[in-house]
Design a protein around this ligand. Sequence first.
Ligand SMILES: Cc1cc2nc3c(=O)[nH]c(=O)nc-3n(C[C@H](O)[C@H](O)[C@H](O)COP(=O)(O)OP(=O)(O)OC[C@H]3O[C@@H](n4cnc5c(N)ncnc54)[C@H](O)[C@@H]3O)c2cc1C
Length: 301
Amino acid sequence: MNVWDVAIIGGGPAGLSAALVLGRALRSVILIDEDKPRHAAAHSSHGYLTRDGISPSAFRELGREDVRAYELVRMEHDTATGAKKEDDHFHIATASGKSYISKYLVIATGARDQLPPIPGIQESYGISVFPCPYCDGWEHRGEPLAIIGSSQSLFGYVQLIFNWSRDLSVFTDGASMLTLEQKQALQARGIALYEQPIKSLRSSGGQLEKIMLEDGQEIARRIAFLSDTGARDATTIPDELGVGREQDGQYETMEHGSTHIEGLYLIGDAKHYFTGLIGSASEGYEAGVAINRRLVEEDWV
Ligand SMILES: Cc1cc2nc3c(=O)[nH]c(=O)nc-3n(C[C@H](O)[C@H](O)[C@H](O)COP(=O)(O)OP(=O)(O)OC[C@H]3O[C@@H](n4cnc5c(N)ncnc54)[C@H](O)[C@@H]3O)c2cc1C
């Protein structure tokens, strides 16, 4: 029976970074990844020092190449379908029928977006409809921008995007949750507010052209930011293992991504939905170092 020091589920920046530091610390690691990165729809990724503007697929491949240098790390293209903890060990099952046993388990499965059901939005997502101004705001600074959203966080999101462009139109796809004061604040800054339902987004090859409203209006905008992408957990494995939730619905974690389940860590978007590439890689490194420290102490006795 092969017991791995660490099993990692998810091979994005969070999981790969954890694998890298653990491999370098001479730990045996099994990394299971189904390879469906959240930002796959994007043409380029920004904000990762030394890799600004890189394509998501090239970024992944460079990460895997780094990890491949460490022979104690094995990467498996597979989907983890469940995990349980028995006799102080994690038992992980996969879709291909394999199972793995490990002393520590890192969940780095990212998040999945469930976009609002507006016809045409999916085709433009990551190309001209973006979730994050830190990722794509600079490229469209000063341009006429649409902001689409209806959640409570919309107003703060508009304030944020206003940093990149003063030419904003806000589309709430039905009556908004904005207060009268917030609407007045938008008006005072010349920000147009459309509360009519959106009929569809018209685009060509992913390039947004117009926002079509149910009342027949057509508003020309080539770039939109989406305040709420409907981010969801990519896996229920933390629930199966008994990880609790915070009030905001995200998993309860402690320092370095550790959880109340001994030996279980949650990092990257799996922990808090939008960590970014460099933030996720950083959390992977931090969790890897913390786990190695624990293994060092266990080996010492
Ligand atoms: C359109 C878009 C553009 C973005 N642009 C940027 C940008 O420019 N800059 C930036 O910093 N951030 C950007 N982000 C955010 C960034 O993609 C995430 O914050 C980052 O990828 C999170 O890293 P992660 O390792 O936690 O998860 P991910 O990168 O999502 O990786 C998770 C991996 O786990 C795998 N997985 C999930 N479940 C299982 C399972 N059960 N078994 C096996 N494998 C599983 C997935 O297939 C995936 O390969 C963007 C996001 C989106 C949606």
